[in-house]
Design a protein around this ligand. Structure first.
Ligand SMILES: *[C@@H]1O[C@H](CO)[C@@H](O)[C@H](O)[C@H]1NC(C)=O
Ligand SMILES: *[C@@H]1O[C@H](CO)[C@@H](O)[C@H](O)[C@H]1NC(C)=O
Length: 369
């Protein structure tokens, strides 16, 4: 009790002077966890950090650099989240070669220097989500081997040419929820080993021909919730191993099927929530005969077209998946359609108004019985 009171007084006294001493304590409930508090720039140097998971609390580290951990150590994971962290310097992890997880989430990071993660191998996760990164610096993940790297919920506007060059492996790369408008011919150079890429919830309206040509291992590509309206022959060239292509919630008016010709193993295609008024199921299926699952609710289909598309895909044993679905108007398993003709001028508003009108008509018609 006396000790506690003493500690409390000491803590509030030094706190008032802004002199809280950095301290690291082993979590008694889980001896794998080390909690460090009040670290300002440099972690205490007079202690041994075993192969533990370190979590920083009430820390004030602005720049994470080589001198943040001045000595070599064998820490397994490092969590500096919800603090004021603003930048990661070159070779910042040179003394932390055993790290498997780096959580720098919910900070104010706006600069990750070239070669920031240099030398790290077999890292499981590096998570930089919810930061302020606007510009990606070329070489920022050079000489790194990581399974999962997230930059989601930042402010990235562009993927510059060769920005990923020199990367060893980034198996899963998450760029969701940014402001990416521009992708270039050499944006993805360096991601030859990447298998999973998410660029959903960005502002892409155009993808240059050939941009994906080096992604020979890519299995999953998520481009949902962008502003894409059309593709060229060659947009998806190189994606020979692709298994899932997610194009939901864009502004696609046409999808010919030719887009899928480069793929040898495509299993899943998601086209829901676009502005498609025409689909040629035969062209789509013959372009990707490995297809097993498609999703295309939330477009502007005539009922005649929808019935034909579904009949054809069923015959090929392709499963048609619906997620939310419109069941209160004419529909097939939630995929809405209208009797009237549709074309490229049919807006979603017009389509759903018309669908409701037709539904009301049919109610009136049927209530004479
Ligand atoms: C990292 O630390 C924060 C507290 O700052 C905590 O909320 C979060 O759960 C930790 N993350 C992991 C993966 O342990
Ligand atoms: C598309 O948008 C809808 C509504 O905003 C959302 O519920 C859904 O998750 C989105 N789909 C994808 C694949 O992002």
């Amino acid at each position: 009790m006396g000790m506690l009171l003493y500690y409390f007084i000491l803590a509030s006294f030094s706190g008032a002077l802004g002199l809280s001493q950095p301290i690291c304590i082993l979590d008694t409930a889980d001896r794998m966890n080390l909690v460090c508090k009040n670290v300002a720039n440099v972690f205490p140097t007079d202690m041994y950090y075993g192969n533990k998971n370190l979590q920083c609390e009430n820390c004030d580290i602005k720049v994470f650099s080589l001198s943040t951990f001045p000595h070599e150590n064998v820490l397994l994971s490092l969590n500096i989240s919800h603090t004021n962290l603003q930048a990661v310097d070159e070779s910042a992890f040179s003394h932390l070669g055993n790290l498997r997880n780096i959580y720098f989430e919910f900070n104010k990071i706006d600069r990750v220097s070239s070669k920031a993660f240099k030398g790290l191998r077999q890292v499981y996760e590096i998570n930089l989500r919810n930061n302020e990164i606007k510009d990606l610096i070329p070489g920022f993940i050079e000489d790194l081997e990581v399974s999962y790297f997230s930059l989601s919920h930042n402010k990235i506007e562009e993927i510059p040419n060769n920005v990923f060059k020199g990367t060893l492996v980034v198996a899963n790369l998450i760029l969701s929820h940014n402001k990416i408008k521009n992708i270039h011919y050499d944006s993805f150079t360096g991601l030859e080993a990447t298998e999973y890429l998410e660029i959903d919830h960005n502002e892409l309206c155009y993808i240059p021909i050939g941009a994906f040509r080096n992604l020979k291992e890519l299995k999953y590509l998520n481009l949902a919730s962008n502003k894409l309206s059309k593709f060229s022959l060659g947009t998806f060239s190189g994606l020979t191993a692709l298994y899932s292509l997610i194009l939901a919630n864009n502004s696609l008016e046409t999808f010919e099927g030719d887009e899928l010709l480069p793929m040898h193993d495509l299993n899943r295609l998601d086209l829901k929530g676009n502005r498609l008024f025409y689909l040629d199921a035969h062209l789509i299926y013959t372009s990707a005969p490995t297809l097993k699952h498609v999703s295309f609710e939330g477009n502007v289909f005539s009922c005649l077209l929808l019935k034909n598309v579904i009949r054809y895909l069923k015959a090929q044993k392709v499963k048609i998946e619906t997620h939310s679905g419109n069941y209160d108007v004419q529909n097939i398993n939630g995929i809405a359609c209208i009797e009237g003709p549709v074309d490229e001028l049919t807006t979603k508003e017009f389509f759903f108004d018309k669908a409701k009108e037709e539904a009301e008509m049919s109610v009136r018609y049927n209530s004479y019985c």
